[in-house]
Structures are given as structure tokens and as C-alpha cells.
Design a protein around this ligand. Structure first.
Ligand SMILES: NC(=O)c1ccc[n+]([C@@H]2O[C@H](COP(=O)([O-])OP(=O)(O)OC[C@H]3O[C@@H](n4cnc5c(N)ncnc54)[C@H](OP(=O)(O)O)[C@@H]3O)[C@@H](O)[C@H]2O)c1
Length: 289
């Protein structure tokens, strides 16, 4: 087990499923863990559980709903004021929404706001703290659902055409494109002390899909007996966040701790750049320009 003493790790979506296991295991390795959560009660309960499992008290809570960019800005400012650096950032929180299109406080489609724009803004605003680490890792939890993605940048907010699964697949491809573009920009800026990788955790019997409706909800329920545990599902996140053997790997997409090719015709450097620029515009931020 790697020793993460003196490392500061931020895990989003740590109040359930894969994120909770990831945060717990990093804390058990000695990391000072900060959990970003939107629900204060759940966060306090999770904080208690992680402290008990890790046997130390270095577990903090940062409250923010990732879909609300003003909350992301406030949480990032709180983090930046309190901690000297960030060694591990796990952008884990993510969801699939229901059959009705919903919007975030900024008026963005809620799935793209939660799964992509919030994490993009958070990473941007914490970037100076990542740079301040001797060796920082940004781990982005994507999904093999990216294979079904057919994004239309002209309808980025799914205003003309909305489908819960289509949005989910698109945002999971965005997680991978973001990872690749971040790795490219880090290299272009000669920043060698920050790496980033994306992953598919497996098909996990977590709370995932609890907000789904119709056929998608039936599919999730029927599939549950065949799914892996959250503990198993967290293995690749923990591996990318802590294993020495991937310390210098960046821009990869992993499944079962192995690097995999990304199979989607939309996966091009041009689209990754376009996604980055669109995300900067929509979140009002700019980094690694
Ligand atoms: N489960 C699977 O089979 C599977 C497969 C492939 C990829 N993934 C990916 O794995 C990641 C984790 O999923 P999971 O299976 O562990 O799901 P989960 O059990 O539903 O947990 C999701 C976590 O994200 C948090 N979250 C959701 N929306 C948020 C928001 N707007 N702001 C802040 N936190 C938010 C949830 O908080 P609350 O507790 O407040 O709801 C929860 O802690 C997701 O990115 C998902 O896309 C999962």
C-alpha cells in the first residue's frame, strides 16, 4: 500500500459509492482527505466513517453542489485559503438524470453542468494548488458509456434534443477529452509535476442510476445482481491516485488498472481543444492558455 502521509487529497462525490471507497482508502494510506459533497448531513456522516476507518482525524468537508458554479467558486476559494497545496484531485462525482431536461442555476443542462462543467471549473480554480505539489495527480472518473457518445457542440446544452443516456454518454466522453487536453496543455507548458488520467470503474452496484427513470431505471435494477461492488469499482481510481507505477503517466484512459484505447470517432485533438474552449467560456475561467 503506498504511503500518502503528508499528501492532501480532494475527492468529489465521496458521500456514496465509488467516491466514498476512494476517499476512505486514500485516508487509510495516510492522506489528509477533503471530501467535496453537496449534502451537509451525508458529508458529516461520511466524514465520521472515514475518520474511524483511517484511524486519524485529517478528514475535512468542503460543501458544494458541482452543478452550481457559484458554489464551486466559493468552495475552491475556501480550499485555496485553507490548504498549502493539492496532491490528489479525484473528480469522481457524476450522475445520470431523468427523462425530463433540467437546468442548473446558471441555466445549463444539469447533466453537463454536474458531470463536466463543475469539475472543469473546480480543476481550473485549484490548479495553482496542484502546481504547488511536488507531484500532483488529477484523476477523472469517466465511463465506458463514452463509446455511445455522439456530441453535437452546436447543441451543447441539449436544448434541441435531450436524452438522459445521450447526455450521460457525452459527458463521460468529455471527461476523457478533458483529461487528454489537460495532459497536452501540461506538456506544452512544461509542467512535469502534474499528471492526469481518466478511467472506467466497471459497472458498479452503487447508488448510481437512482435518479434514472423509465427503461434506464429498469435496466439499472435488472443489472444490479451482475454488478461489481463499490470497493472493486474504486480500485482503478485508487491505483491512478496513488500507485508509483503510474506516477509519470498522463493523458491515459484506464479500465481494470490497464491503459485502454479510446474508441469513439469524436475523440480527436481538435474536439478536445474545442471542448476546453467552450468550457472556459461557459464557466468564465481560463487556465493553461
Ligand atoms: N456505478 C457505475 O456502474 C458507474 C459506471 C461507470 C462510471 N461511473 C462513474 O463513477 C462515478 C461515481 O459514481 P457512483 O457509481 O459511485 O455513483 P453514486 O453512488 O450515485 O455516487 C455519486 C456521488 O456523486 C455525488 N454527486 C452527484 N451529483 C453531485 C453534485 N451536483 N455535486 C456534488 N456531488 C454530487 C453524490 O452525492 P449525493 O450523495 O449527494 O447524491 C455521490 O456522492 C460517476 O462519475 C459515474 O459516472 C459509475
Amino acid at each position: 500500500m503506498p504511503n500518502l502521509q503528508n499528501q492532501i487529497a480532494l475527492v468529489t462525490g465521496a458521500t456514496a459509492g465509488i467516491g466514498q471507497v476512494t476517499a476512505t482508502e486514500l485516508a487509510k494510506m495516510g492522506a489528509h482527505v477533503v471530501i467535496l459533497a453537496r449534502n451537509a448531513e451525508k458529508a458529516a456522516a461520511t466524514q465520521r466513517e472515514i475518520k474511524a476507518a483511517a484511524g486519524h482525524d485529517h478528514v475535512d468537508v468542503l460543501l458544494a453542489d458541482l452543478a452550481d458554479l457559484s458554489q464551486v467558486r466559493r468552495a475552491a476559494a475556501e480550499f485555496n485559503a485553507k490548504y498549502p497545496r493539492l496532491d490528489i484531485l479525484v473528480n469522481n462525482a457524476g450522475l445520470i438524470l431523468g427523462a425530463e431536461r433540467q437546468t442548473s442555476p446558471e441555466g445549463y443542462e444539469l447533466g453537463v453542468a454536474t458531470n463536466h462543467l463543475g469539475p472543469f471549473l473546480l480543476t481550473s480554480l485549484l490548479f495553482d494548488k496542484l502546481k504547488a505539489s511536488p507531484a500532483a495527480r488529477v484523476v477523472n472518473v469517466a465511463s465506458t458509456a463514452y463509446r455511445m457518445a455522439r456530441p453535437d457542440f452546436a447543441d451543447f446544452q441539449s436544448a434541441r434534443s435531450y436524452g438522459a443516456l445521450a447526455v450521460y454518454a457525452n459527458t463521460k466522453l468529455y471527461n476523457i477529452l478533458f483529461t487528454q487536453e489537460l495532459a497536452r496543455r501540461l506538456r506544452a507548458h512544461g509542467i512535469g509535476n502534474v499528471t492526469t488520467n481518466a478511467l472506467h470503474p466497471g459497472v458498479v452496484a452503487s447508488s448510481f442510476g437512482s435518479g434514472a427513470q423509465g427503461l434506464m431505471s429498469i435496466f439499472v435494477q435488472l443489472g444490479r445482481p451482475f454488478m461489481i461492488s463499490s470497493a472493486k469499482g474504486a480500485e482503478t481510481s485508487i491505483f491512478l491516485a496513488s500507485a508509483p507505477e503510474v506516477a509519470s503517466i498522463s493523458g491515459g484512459y484506464f479500465d481494470k488498472k490497464k491503459a485502454q484505447a479510446v474508441k469513439n470517432s469524436f475523440n480527436t485533438p481538435g474536439h478536445a481543444r474545442q471542448l476546453w474552449e467552450t468550457s472556459e467560456e461557459l464557466t468564465g475561467t481560463s487556465f493553461l492558455a
